[in-house]
Design a binder for this molecule. Sequence first.
Ligand code: AMO
Length: 451
Amino acid sequence: MNKTRTLLKDLKENIGKEVTVKAWVDTRRDHGKLIFLVLRDRSGTVQAVIHAAAGEAFEKVEKLKDEFVVQIKGLVKERPEKMIKEDEFNGDLELEILDAEILSKAETLPFEKDAELNIETHLDNLPLTLRKKQIQNIFKVQATIVEAFRETLRKNDFTEFQAPAIVGGDAEGGAGVFKVEYFKGRDAYLATSPQLYKQIMVGVFERVFAVGKVFRAEKHATTRHLSEYSSMDFEMGFIEDHRDVMQMLEKVTRNIVKKVNERHADILKENNVEEVALPDEAYPVMTLKEAQELIYQEVGRDNREEPDLEPEDERFLCQWAKKEKGSDFIFITHYPVSKRPFYTFEDENMPGYTKSFDLLFRGVEISTGGQRIHSYEKLVENIKKWGLDPGAFEFYLKAFKYGIPPHGGIGMGLERISAKMLGVQNVKEAALFPRDMTRIDLPLSKTEEEG
Ligand code: AMO
C-alpha cells in the first residue's frame, strides 16, 4: 500500500489520481450493493464509495463502523454535475475505494451521532462528542481568540509570562478559594487569578500578559461559572488612569472580533450568529450610577442603591448599547470601593468609588479591570481594612516597597467570551473539559456510586 498520506483538503489537486488517505469513518451508509463512507481527518471530510463488485476490498469495507480509524487507497473522482453538494466540504468530489486497512477499531457509539444530546450526556461523553464538527468549531474559534489576544499585546510591547497556580494568599477576596493541604506550616491555595504576580511583573517588564488556568470554588452551578477557567490577563505600567487600560482592552477585543471574522466566517454562519456590532467611535462607557439610573428611567427597576449589577441589568445594558450605540460591548466604571478587591484604586474625584470597570458583551460580564494602588502604605492599610493578613502578602508587597509605577490591567474569561461570540448558551460548552461543583469529567455522584 502507498504510505504517503494525502490530507482530505488536498484531494482537489489529485483528481484522476490514486491517493492514500488516513482518517476516521465519520458515518457509514449502505445502499444496495454500495457502501458510502464519510471520512474525516483534521483538514476536512470526503465521501468515499465502494461497490460489491470490488471483491476483497469490499469485504474489508464491510467490516468498518463509525469511528474506525482507517487507511484507504482510492481514486479521486469528480462527482457528476447533479450529485454536487455546494455546501459540503469536498462536495464536488468522491473517493472510489480501492483498498482499506483498519488502523484502529471502535465500539458502537453510546448515542445517536446526529441526535441533539442533552448537556449531561454531551459532557459525559466528551472524548467522543468533542470530535463532532459543530463542537470542534467552538474550540477552533477559542484558539483564535487566544491567538488574537496574544497578537495585540505582543504588538504593543507586552511580554508573556507564566503565573503560578499555587499561591500563599488570595487577592480576590477569599470566598471562592480552593485550599491545598500539602505545605507544612503555611496555608496554600489554588490561584483565583494571576493578579498579584502580574502586578509584581509590572516592576520587571512594565507591560505583561498571561494566559492560564485559575480556580474558583464557586458555590453555585450556573451557566456562567466554572470551577476552573482560562483567564487572559494583562497588566501595564505608567498609565494615567483606568482609561488607558480600557483603551488597550478595546484594542484587544476589536482584534479578537476581526480575527475570528476573518478566519471563521463559515463557522459563524453555521452557528447562525450575528456579526459582532462594533461602533465607529470608542465603546460606550457609563458609570455604575449612570447605568442604574438609566435602568430605573427605562424599565423602572430601582437598583440605584445596589453596589453591583444584577445579571438582568447586564442584559439590559447590552441591549441598550446595541440599539443606541451600535455596540455589542459596553464598559461600566466606578464600582464602590466596598465591592472591589483591596488592590483597587479609589477615584480621588469620586470618593467611595473606584477607577475600575467591567466590560459587558452580549449580556454578560466578560472582563474586569482597573487602575491599581501603587503606594506600599496604602496597600498595607487596605489589606488590613479588608480583614486580610499583611503577612500573607509580604512577598507581593516587596514589589511595592521598591518602586512600582502607576499601573492597571484586566482579567478576561476565555470561556465566557467564546460562548458569547458563538451564541453558545452555557459556558460549560465553551470549556473543553469543564469542572464545576457536580463534575470532574464525569458527574461526581455517579463516580462515587460506581467507586
Ligand atoms: P474577576 O473576578 O471579575 O476579576 O474575573 C475576571 C473575569 O474572569 C471571568 N470569570 C469566570 N469565568 C468562568 N467561571 C468563573 N467562575 C469565573 N469567574 C470569573 C469573567 C470575569 O470578568 N483579578 C481580577 C481581574 C483584574 O482586575 O485584572 C479578577 O480576577 O469573565
